[in-house]
Design a protein around this ligand. Structure first.
Ligand SMILES: NC(=O)C1=CN([C@@H]2O[C@H](COP(=O)(O)OP(=O)(O)OC[C@H]3O[C@@H](n4cnc5c(N)ncnc54)[C@H](O)[C@@H]3O)[C@@H](O)[C@H]2O)C=CC1
Ligand SMILES: CC(=O)C(=O)O
Ligand SMILES: [Mg+2]
Length: 608
């Protein structure tokens, strides 16, 4: 599969030339400085002289015309010089300075912004996405210069249907929505969480080729329980405690109705909602609207791909997945989401056993802030119940309710230790050393919490204490680890960014009105099969982020195929469902690639 995938990969430069060769004209209803101040149309010094004449720009720009490539290179030179000049500064100061320079470009010239993002995604993903986006959210009040996206607040109740028409675009393909209640592992950041939908949508544009004019970041501001923010005079959100219960759900419901009224074909990604609302809204809306929850469903697919890779890394067949002992630390939306999907995979491999049969072999141990989750737990969360220990005969003596992480690791000797707790450093030296006694010849350690300071352990500590033969993955990027003698400990980034862009793109291009488990499973399986056995042996579970556009093409194609197989595909624009049904796998991949937006300057044609 992967070989085919690679063979189809268009060379980036060639693709750039192809895209440049045939840019369609773009109608503009503005002239003169209005164009220069519109980041969508602005080309800065790249406006050709004829276009300057046509659009009333003559004299408003320095006379020399600079090419797109020169602009790109000039930006990168100034970015690199900033990197050099801030060397030795505190990491957060440097990171914010880099974010500012990118954000200024985003405000001024979107085409150039997305071009530098796509061409340098390895350098820029850690700035527009995790970890720096976390810092940006924390400092949002001070960093705010101009709005991006839309804000709906509890005070807008009853007004949302009309407010939605304030957005200037007639069509919106993708919306990322947050209520700011659990931003990465940083907790409740209220309205400041808007940075997350913006960052996720930048990934949609860069990785999946969504047209940036047709995406919409949204903040649903229902208040905050973050006392520091409530006391901050510069805080830009509602200064009230979070709405709860029906009051809260009414706001979300009104927003969803308004959005789908105006844009019936849009897709809404729920992002960074606290657990209770993440599950509740997913259950409420997944069969009513085209939506998914990235933290529950996107993360699950990425983790499953990693878990299957960890089986292959041991030289075992995938069917041995049912024999893996997996300890998950964190019983929140992400941890439970991962377990639900892993359980579905195990159940399929076991021939869909009933609950009792499954409990007899239950390969999962789940911990939360109170320790091991068992059936003896008072007020056991229904979402955690299927994974609570104590239901079957495969229990381990001495491991009872609330057992600590170190006790669990020492007694279970897990094949995989997976963290989605949001607690930095919880995989401490003792825990990591205990993983040396794992029953796996290549134990897997996934420290998936974000941002970097919330990772359950660092890459260096993982290889140092748990041994050089481990497989390591983290949610935020770490450098590969030098192990001496020329050996390298490979660091994987296990982040839902490998899936959500493809889930969104595949759904859009299939025309499906719902996102089913089958579509999500197909996305995860395509990601899992992307990596070769050779790479897996080197500890590589996920491809480099530099190939994310290609991975997304594959994932998107898998989602379309699943939608077609389930009879949900209704087609997109002039491609009808019947045509999709008749396409081969390769044709679907090409169809996806053809529909990805790529930033080039289009000739602008003025119309009154
Ligand atoms: N790598 C990725 O793609 C993703 C990473 N995440 C990260 O996962 C983390 C958790 O996200 P959610 O599940 O949505 O949060 P959540 O708040 O819903 O859940 C956190 C869970 O961790 C548990 N926990 C807290 N302290 C603990 C401790 N000392 N020991 C064991 N468990 C503890 C809590 O009891 C809770 O069950 C965040 O840091 C987030 O950034 C989330 C989604 C995707
Ligand atoms: C990656 C992501 O979605 C999170 O950390 O919440
Ligand atoms: Mg998230």
């Amino acid at each position: 599969m992967w070989r085919l995938a690679r063979a189809l990969a268009p060379d980036l430069r060639q693709k750039r030339l192809l895209s440049c060769a045939i840019p369609g004209p773009c109608i503009v209803h503005k002239r003169g400085t209005d164009i220069l101040h519109d980041p969508w149309f602005n080309k800065d010094t790249a406006f050709p002289l004829t276009e300057r004449d046509r659009l009333g720009l003559r004299g408003l720009l320095p006379p020399r015309v600079i090419s797109f490539e020169q602009q790109h290179d000039r930006f990168m030179v100034s970015f690199r010089s900033l990197e050099n000049n801030t060397r030795g500064e505190r990491a957060d100061i440097t990171a914010l300075a880099k974010w500012r320079i990118l954000n200024r470009l985003h405000d001024r010239n979107e085409t150039l912004y997305y071009r530098v993002l796509i061409d340098n995604i390895e350098d820029f993903a850690p700035i527009i996405y995790t970890p720096t986006v976390g810092l940006v959210c924390q400092n949002y009040a001070g960093l705010f210069r101009r709005p991006r996206g839309m804000y709906f607040s509890a005070k807008d109740k009853g007004e949302m249907m009309s407010m939605i028409y304030n957005w200037p675009a007639n069509e919106v393909d993708m919306i990322v929505l947050t209520d700011g209640s659990r931003i990465l592992g940083l907790g409740d950041l209220g309205v400041q969480g808007i940075g997350i939908p913006i960052g996720k949508l930048d990934m949609y544009v860069a990785a999946a080729g969504f047209n940036p004019q047709r995406v919409l970041p949204v903040m649903l501001d229902v208040g905050t329980n973050n006392q520091k923010l409530l006391e901050n005079n510069l805080y830009l959100g509602l200064r009230q405690p979070r709405l709860e219960g029906d009051e809260y759900l009414d706001i979300v419901g009104e927003f969803m109705e308004a959005v789908f009224k105006r844009w019936p074909k849009t897709i809404v990604q729920f992002e960074d909602f606290q657990m209770k609302w993440a599950f509740e809204t997913l259950q409420r809306y997944r069969r009513k609207f085209c939506m998914f929850n990235d933290d529950i469903q996107g993360t699950a697919g990425v983790a499953l791909a990693g878990l299957l890779g960890a089986v292959r890394a041991q030289g075992r067949p995938l069917s041995d997945f049912v024999k893996q002992k997996i300890v998950v630390v964190g019983a929140g939306s992400a941890g439970i989401g991962v377990l639900n999907m892993a359980k579905q995979a195990v159940s399929r491999m076991m021939g869909n056993p009933d609950m009792e049969e499954f409990a007899a072999k239950n390969p999962f141990w789940l911990l939360d802030k109170f320790g091991l989750v068992t059936k003896a737990r008072k007020d056991l969360d229904p979402a955690a119940t299927p994974f609570a220990r104590g239901f079957g005969p495969c229990e381990i003596e001495g491991l009872g309710e609330g057992a600590s992480l170190i006790e669990v690791v020492k007694k279970v000797k897990p094949h995989v230790l997976l963290g989605l707790s949001g607690v930095g450093g919880i995989f401490n030296e003792e825990v990591l050393r205990a993983m040396r006694e794992s029953d796996s010849p290549r134990p897997a350690i996934f420290a998936m919490s974000n941002p970097t300071m919330n990772a359950e352990c660092t890459a260096i500590d993982a290889f140092k204490y748990a041994g050089e033969n481990i497989i390591f993955a983290s949610g935020s990027p770490f450098e590969n680890v030098e192990l001496g003698n020329g050996k390298v400990g490979h660091v994987n980034q296990a982040n839902n960014m490998y899936l959500f862009p493809g889930i969104g793109l595949g759904t859009l291009l299939s025309g499906a009105h719902f996102i089913t488990d089958g579509m999500l499973q197909a996305a995860a399986e395509r990601l899992a099969s992307y990596i070769t056995d050779e790479e897996i042996q080197k500890g590589i579970l996920f491809p480099s982020i530099s190939s994310i556009r290609h991975i997304t093409t594959e994932v998107g194609a898998a989602v379309i195929q699943a939608a077609v197989a389930e009879g949900l595909a209704e087609g997109y624009h002039d491609v009808r469902a019947r045509e999709l049904e008749l396409m081969s796998k390769e044709e679907i991949v090409n169809y996806v690639a053809r529909n990805m937006w790529y930033p080039v300057y289009s000739p602008l044609v003025h119309e009154k």
